[in-house]
Write a protein that binds this ligand. Structure first.
Ligand code: CP
Length: 299
C-alpha cells in the first residue's frame, strides 16, 4: 500500500493495530521480514533538528533495504545564495526518490508538498501541530505494556498546547474507549479545544494545574520546549512539572512513564532506574514502529 501519513486523525483503529502487528514482526525478527526487500530510495527532509526521528527512520529504512538521501536546508535558507521554494525542491526530488519523510517548523508545510508529488509523504513533525509517527510509537508502547488501548487512565503533564506528539497521541487515543485523560499543566498550556472535542466523543478528561498521583496507568511527560510562541516559562513554574522519585513513589505501581524525548529536565535522571521508567524502552520500540510505517505506507 502506498499512502500518506500526515495526521493521526486519519488513522483508523484497523490502521493502528495493523502497524502494531507489523512492528511485532520486526521486534521478534519474523523470518519473512528478515531480508532487505527493495531498491527504493527515501528522501529524509528535516528542516528542523531531530535525532530520534531522522536517524530512526534512516536506520529503519536501511534495515528494510531502502536507501536514503537527506536535505536539511533548501536554497531559500538565508545561508544559500539564491531562493528556492520548498515546492520546487519537492518537484526536483520527485523523479529521483520513492517517498518523503518531512519535518518542518511550518504547520502548513504539507500544503506546499502534497500538490507537488504523488509519492507517499510521512509527517515527521509539522510545527506545533502533529507528530503522528511519534504518537504511533507512544501508543505501541502503551499497547505492549497493557495489551489494550481502551480502558486506560492517562496523565499528560507539561506544555500540552505546543506538544505536537501529545496532539497526535490524543487523536489516536480518541479512537478507543473509556480513556480517562488527566491534563496537568499551567491553565494556558492545556491541549487545544478541538482535540478535546474529538476525545470527548468516547472519553472523559479533566485538567488540574498541579499533579495528583495515584490513579494513572500512563504518565506522558512532554516537558516545556525552550522555544514556543508564548515564550519560555520561568523555572519556578516548570519546576512544578518535573517528575522526581518522590512523585513516582506516589504513582500506581504498574504505571509507566513515557516521554517522546529529548528529555530536557522534565524527568529527574534518578527516575531512570525505576521500573515505571519506560521512555528508553519506548525509544527502542521506535525502530520497529518506524519500520512498520515504512513497510505499510511507502513500499
Ligand atoms: N521525539 C522526537 O521527535 O525526537 P527528535 O526531535 O530527536 O526527532
Amino acid at each position: 500500500m502506498k499512502a500518506n501519513l500526515i495526521t493521526a486523525q486519519e488513522l483508523t483503529k484497523d490502521d493502528i493495530l495493523k502497524i502494531f502487528e507489523l512492528a511485532n514482526c520486526f521486534r521478534i525478527g519474523e523470518p519473512r521480514f528478515n531480508h532487505p526487500i527493495g531498491r527504493d530510495v527515501g528522501a529524509l527532509l528535516f528542516f528542523e533538528s531531530s535525532t530520534r526521528t531522522r536517524l530512526g527512520f534512516e536506520i529503519a529504512a536501511w534495515k528494510l533495504g531502502i536507501k536514503t538521501i537527506h536535505l536539511n536546508k533548501t536554497k531559500n535558507n538565508k545561508q544559500m545564495n539564491r531562493g528556492e521554494k520548498l515546492s520546487d525542491t519537492i518537484k526536483t526530488l520527485n523523479p529521483y526518490v520513492d517517498f518523503f519523510c518531512i519535518r518542518h517548523k511550518d504547520s502548513k508545510v504539507f500544503d506546499h508538498v502534497l500538490p507537488n508529488t504523488s509519492l507517499p509523504v510521512i509527517n515527521c513533525g509539522n510545527g506545533y501541530e502533529e507528530h503522528p509517527t511519534q504518537a504511533l510509537i507512544d501508543a505501541y508502547t502503551i499497547w505492549l505494556k497493557f495489551k489494550r488501548l481502551d480502558n486506560l487512565r492517562i496523565v499528560m503533564i507539561g506544555d500540552l498546547l505546543y506538544s505536537r506528539a501529545a496532539h497526535s497521541l490524543i487523536y489516536i487515543l480518541s479512537k478507543f474507549s473509556n480513556i480517562k485523560l488527566h491534563q496537568v499543566s499551567p491553565k494556558e498550556l492545556g491541549l487545544p479545544e478541538e482535540l478535546l472535542k474529538e476525545l470527548q466523543k468516547r472519553n472523559t478528561y479533566q485538567h488540574t494545574v498541579l499533579p495528583v498521583w495515584g490513579q494513572e496507568d500512563v504518565v506522558y511527560s512532554t516537558g516545556f520546549p525552550p522555544v514556543n510562541p508564548s515564550g519560555s516559562f520561568p523555572l519556578k513554574v516548570t519546576d512544578r512539572y518535573i517528575i522526581r522519585k518522590t512523585d513516582v513513589e506516589k504513582m500506581s505501581k504498574e504505571s509507566i512513564i513515557l516521554n517522546p524525548l529529548p528529555r530536557i529536565d522534565e524527568i529527574d535522571e534518578a527516575v531512570d532506574d525505576m521500573p515505571n521508567a519506560y521512555y528508553f524502552k519506548q525509544n527502542e520500540y521506535g525502530l520497529y514502529v518506524r519500520m512498520a510505517i515504512l513497510k505499510r505506507y511507502c513500499l
